[in-house]
Design a protein around this ligand. Sequence first.
Ligand SMILES: O=P(O)(O)OC[C@H]1O[C@](O)(CO)[C@@H](O)[C@@H]1O
Length: 439
Amino acid sequence: MALQQSIDLALASHIGDGGLPRTALDAALAVVGRGMKRLAEDDATGRLPLLHMPRVTEDLDGIREAASWLRRDATDVVFLGTGGSSLGGQTLAQLKDYAVPGAGRFADGPRVHFLDNLDPVTFDRVLHKLPLSSTRFVAISKSGGTGETLMQTMAVLSALDRAGLKARPADALLGLSEPRKAGTRNALRDLLEPEGVRFLDHHTGIGGRYSVLTNVGLLPAAVLGLDIAAVRAGAAEAYEPFRAGRPAAETPAAVGAALNIAMALEGRNIAVTMAYADRLERYTRWWVQLWAESIGKDGKGSQPVAAIGPVDQHSQLQLYLAGPNDKLFTVITTGVEGQGPVMDAKLAERAGAAEFAGKHIGDLVAAQGRATADTLARNRRPTRRIHIDRLDERAMGELLMHGMLETILTGYALGVDPFDQPAVEEGKILAKQYLAQAK
Ligand SMILES: O=P(O)(O)OC[C@H]1O[C@](O)(CO)[C@@H](O)[C@@H]1O
């Protein structure tokens, strides 16, 4: 297992008043244990295909084949799609420097873009800058009906047309959506199939925000040359204690769920995840969607907050240490000791920072992650620590599956359906009305 979780600094026995009494944790573990039984049934009946995904291998060649088609002679590969149709792919892509400040601009291979937020200025600029004759687009939408993705796709078709590439849609685009269902329309397929555009099928039994282990997340990963089998193997590690029927207290994702539930019962309704790695920034955003859409319903749910370190020490930590004690913190660190540039002793002396001499940048980041967790605990702020020694495909797969299992178990324990998001429909309907009225 690449992921090491410790909840000591969340317990009253370690941090005093602000911590969780052991009895509260044990009570939550008992509830989560019942949720694990339900998951075991979900697994046995096949009701939750996500649980089988870590061990599926037969689709991997098809994903790799689609990825090499996308890469072939391409300068740019653009992923259209939003929410769960984008964030999982972005999370994996960040292992190859996607959206990493500074480094992202120098990444090898075709430039990969995820246009997940609809912004007219951005879309205009990107379409004008892209060399359209060597760009490939992937339009991803489980439902095939998301307005943002449809507008983006239509804009791309028109731009190809304007650029004199009218005959090219089938060479320039790939679709990814659910197969057509009798009696319902799939607008994305309606738009692209008449152009001869090929489609990959979205898994019908796995929702968007849980789709990172399917072709939705693995296709971008494969375009970037990541080892997609290792992502699934890592996910299998997170699921192994469930498969083996281990008790909740010995199952990291179940312990995480119990911690969240017990904290919420104690009135801590904010969950902050602070990851000390640029390559986990997209992961924190992926987790925010997963948690918010899965748990926030029926008047229940805790507010997910994403932070990264050390940079957010300089923006958020003051509040975390001295503001209201209403949060559960998760500090994620990676094994960065000895990594990065080493500090010259003479320069360190000149700067009056003798303690830097001979130290690597990674040594400071490791010390900061440790210090933040300890300082939070000293200030009686309950803190869970997750450490990943080597952040690679396998570890990322484990972290992602851990997050999904923890979320599902929390939903089960709170009595909410972790797989739907009924409330977001209202705004979509209203926006369509306003759009129809707009001149
Ligand atoms: O993949 P789709 O169907 O385009 O949906 C995109 C996103 O929109 C939502 O349905 C919310 O509006 C998310 O749950 C989903 O990840």
